[in-house]
Design a protein around this ligand. Structure first.
Ligand SMILES: NC(=O)c1ccc[n+]([C@@H]2O[C@H](COP(=O)([O-])OP(=O)(O)OC[C@H]3O[C@@H](n4cnc5c(N)ncnc54)[C@H](OP(=O)(O)O)[C@@H]3O)[C@@H](O)[C@H]2O)c1
Length: 243
């Protein structure tokens, strides 16, 4: 049933986005992945092969989003599944945080999610079917010193998700959030082995999560089986935090 459906995964060159894109192709979707660089697009096109394509997009830039969506529409048709995965960190204590560190994170993580949802909803509403999954973070619930900008963006994504779910539910479009815990990707690679061990000890499952752990939860939320789940946040954190 998903073979004729196109899924768009932002930030699919590596990490969680790559695993989500790979998983959705296994689920039968045609998958379009995005990156900000030509090298990222090459990677995406290599691993997706004929089951998808890659498109350059900077989610903080409306002109870039519009141009990418135009290319996707003309090459692949309507997108019925959107996974807003791309995200960044610019960590600093608040007293030292620059305006740019604050606004880069909000413009990318939160406003990027707004831009993509707004642009793609029209065709989902017309089709009377759609799935949107926004990637939040455990930090949006727990907080984390040095990440006020990131925590605000991710908590904002949860509120945005709940509100949008109410706006579009009558058209059989579901909007949910996935909140990963500590996942082994480039974003978390700067931690030393000792720090990782210390962190693992605070996780009920005693291990760092894998990108595949997140991808399988996304797979459920975009499936027909999840048709009665909307406005929710699904926590994938190994028991690091109980919401
Ligand atoms: N890793 C974790 O522990 C963790 C925990 C909770 C939540 N998350 C969230 O999960 C998502 C993925 O995280 P990750 O760890 O997989 O990150 P990652 O390894 O750093 O990958 C980030 C992806 O986002 C893309 N990207 C970065 N800036 C972008 C921009 N301005 N416009 C469009 N795309 C952009 C990157 O593309 P290119 O570099 O190829 O351009 C890359 O594909 C993020 O939203 C993150 O906040 C991660």
């Amino acid at each position: 049933m998903s073979a004729d459906r196109t899924a768009l995964v932002t930030g699919a060159s590596r990490g969680i986005g790559k695993s989500i894109a790979e998983r959705l192709t296994k689920d039968g979707f045609f998958v379009v992945g995005t990156s900000t660089t030509d090298a990222g697009i090459e990677t995406i096109e290599r691993y997706l092969g004929d089951r998808g394509g890659g498109v350059t997009m900077r989610i903080e830039d409306l002109a870039s989003v519009d141009a990418a969506l135009e290319r996707i529409s003309s090459s692949y048709g309507d997108v019925s599944v959107l996974v807003n995965n791309a995200g960044i960190t610019r960590d600093n204590l608040l007293v030292r945080m620059s305006d740019d560190e604050w606004s880069d994170v909000i413009d990318t993580n939160l406003s990027g999610t707004f831009r993509l949802c707004k642009s793609l909803l029209r065709s989902m509403i017309k089709a009377r079917w759609g799935r949107i999954v926004n990637v939040g973070s455990v930090v949006g619930r727990m907080g984390n010193a040095g990440q006020t900008n990131y925590a605000a963006s991710k908590a904002g994504i949860e509120g945005f998700t709940r509100a949008l779910a109410q706006e579009v539910g009558s058209r059989s479009i579901t909007v949910n959030c996935i909140a990963p815990g500590f996942i082994d990707t480039d974003m978390t690679a700067q931690l030393s082995e000792a720090q990782t061990d210390e962190l693992s000890a605070t996780i009920a499952l005693r291990r760092i999560g894998s990108p595949e752990d997140v991808a399988s939860a996304v797979s459920f939320l975009v499936s027909d089986d999840a048709g009665y789940v909307t406005g929710e946040t699904l926590h994938v954190n190994g028991g690091l935090y109980s919401a």
